[in-house]
Design a protein around this ligand. Sequence first.
Ligand SMILES: C[S@@+](CC[C@H](N)C(=O)[O-])C[C@H]1O[C@@H](n2cnc3c(N)ncnc32)[C@H](O)[C@@H]1O
Length: 247
Amino acid sequence: MRVDIVTLLPGIFEKVFDESVLGSAIRNGLIEIVLHNFREYGDGRHRTVDDTPFGGGPGMVLKTGPLISCLRDVRKAAAPAPVIGLTPQGVPFNQKVARQLAQFDRIILVCGRYEGFDERIVSEFDLQLSIGDYVLTGGEIAAMTIVDAVSRMIPGTVGRQESVEQDSFFAGLLDHPQYTRPATWEGKKVPTVLLEGNHAFIDDWRRKYSLLSTAVNRPDVFRVAEFTEKDRNLFQQLLKQNSETRP
Ligand SMILES: C[S@@+](CC[C@H](N)C(=O)[O-])C[C@H]1O[C@@H](n2cnc3c(N)ncnc32)[C@H](O)[C@@H]1O
């Protein structure tokens, strides 16, 4: 997959895209990142890309000319691709969107700065994405978040694909609790079932606590999740366990 990132701060991506799982995916050719600094399209001697807002008010707004010229060149540089503007007004980015984006051979991410984009730039976007209900100083961290989450959906990026499929949100629920050695830490014991090697019991325990974690931590996710008959039984077992242990 090729990801083009249009930004005023290409240097910010270097370390993030050089390390860890993402770095290996890039070195192994699973993902190609191409950075474009739209400052190069800026006006005049100072390569200006922003101007004061019409109607007054604080801050600066990204001008149409430089960014749109850059975007048009980026679009033409390789196969057709959706142009995705990163904005707080965008569709909320989540695991489902990550899986959908991973189906594309190429995507283009556009990072804003200052007070954001002139609205006529927004009309050049095929989609706007937001990474959450808060305001960042620029779209670069949003772009990193999206590239990281999307790359995990590309087979081969993460060592064992099952680990991705068991992650939170992939199958509509949060992940189950995880433990590693030692089996007892400061008096806190790992649940016995995980130490006994019966994989059917382990699977049931994990599913049960995945259901519980989702119900408690994210009722909004739980409400729209799809359940099997077995899930209902496991959940009933949890409720029974809880009523038996209550004082
Ligand atoms: C300071 S913000 C502009 C905020 C804008 N004035 C507003 O209130 O919607 C500058 C840039 O950061 C990026 N950004 C900020 N918050 C974001 C979010 N939650 N998701 C995606 N991008 C975001 C966008 O590219 C935005 O153009």
